[in-house]
Ligand binder design. Structure first.
Ligand code: 5AD
Length: 350
């Protein structure tokens, strides 16, 4: 029954009625406030080789960087001072001891340095550093990360295999999500929408998967080409399907909201790459989270997962002003200095 309902939404051309329904569910279960997650892309070094991603290991044209601890802490303090409430620490997949020790140390220090009257528990921290072991996830949790994002990318085993080398398995991603939940994280996942070969049925299964795994947060967006990846052969096809993929992305947000109700859903930057007001539209279709970039301007261009990443030449303070105006333009308010945790999480752990 549920699956039919999702398929009906994804196949519908009546966008406005879907938008209204999703918005009213959001209003009732999550509220209309929008919460910020300052997104810091702190290293683009990656041991993985996902065929679609611009920072994959085999992309020799990518300039690799890693920020220092001091740089990260300064940005975290800026994020807290500017009222964002939370930040996301994201990097390419790395698993060596040095990296793990570094992240653990950074988490602890951010927590120490961002406690204030406005934020008595410091900045909320979401971590997004890929597949790790149970032990590593536990160390990061104990060091202060309380949310974790790990996209499943697609729940179709066939598509997953087409997009990843054999060493990267769908089963391991699922196992990681189970471990993260068990440790006590608020867990986020998501998929890419419009992958060549992906069907409406696949996308409906993705949403059912979010429900089955009792996911707290969702971040999903359109699949976009990066020309320095093997997927560049699909450029022409993707160009033709652009409008369709964008609308499908909005319908996926709406369907997730309607089915899952009280989860946090991000209006992702990839939406903005496709449409100048993509993120605002995401908010109107049921999203309640935005992730203003806090990555230093000089390295924004080196963290390109797909071509056409927006806001590359801006500074963090530009993004702050710009985003606030965009959010106001769709009649929403920002929950400054709040963590804005997923309401679903608190119901789940009760
Ligand atoms: N298009 C859209 N999203 C992408 N990601 C990586 N490469 C692309 C791309 N070409 C997404 C993946 C990953 C997240 C960090 O970025 O879903 O999990």
């Amino acid at each position: 029954m549920e699956k039919q309902e999702i398929i009906r939404i994804l196949e519908s051309n009546n966008l406005e009625s879907i938008r209204k329904k999703a918005y009213s569910v959001m209003k009732e279960y999550s509220g209309e406030k929008v919460y910020y997650r300052g997104l810091l892309e702190f290293s683009n070094i990656c041991i993985n080789d996902c065929y679609y991603c611009g920072i994959r290991k085999s992309n020799k044209e990518s300039n690799r960087f890693s920020l220092t601890k001091q740089e990260i802490i300064d940005i975290a303090v800026w994020t807290a001072d500017n009222g964002y409430g939370s930040m996301v620490l994201q990097s390419g997949g790395q698993k060596d001891d040095k990296f793990i020790d570094f992240v653990e140390d950074v988490l602890k220090t951010i927590k120490e340095k961002t406690i204030s009257e406005k934020l008595p528990n410091g900045l909320g921290i979401t971590l997004c550093v890929g597949e790790q072991t149970h032990e590593t996830y536990k160390r990061f949790f104990d060091a202060g990360a309380h949310r974790y994002l790990l996209r499943i990318e697609t729940t179709s085993p066939i598509l997953y295999k087409k997009l990843h080398p054999e060493t990267q398995t769908l089963e391991n991603r699922k196992e990681c999500l189970r471990i993260l939940k068990q440790i006590g994280y608020q867990v986020g996942t998501g998929v890419m929408i419009g992958i060549p070969g992906q069907t409406i049925d696949d996308l409906a299964n993705d949403i059912l998967f979010f429900k089955e795994y009792d996911i707290d947060m969702i971040g999903m967006g359109p699949y976009l080409i990066h020309k320095q990846t093997p997927m560049k052969i699909h450029t022409e096809e993707m160009e033709k399907r652009k409008k369709q993929v964008f609308n499908l992305s909005l319908k996926m947000i709406a369907a997730a909201r309607i089915l899952l109700k009280d989860v946090n859903i991000a209006a992702t930057t990839a939406l903005q790459a496709m449409d100048p007001i993509g993120r605002e539209k995401g908010l109107q279709y049921g999203a309640n989270i935005v992730m203003p970039l806090v990555t230093p301007s000089r390295i924004r261009k080196d963290y390109q997962l797909y071509d056409g990443k927006p806001c590359i030449d801006e500074q963090s303070s530009d993004c702050r002003e710009c985003l606030l105006n965009r959010i106001k333009s769709v009649g929403r308010e920002v929950g400054f200095n709040e963590w804005g945790d997923s309401k679903h999480f608190f119901k789940r752990i009760k």
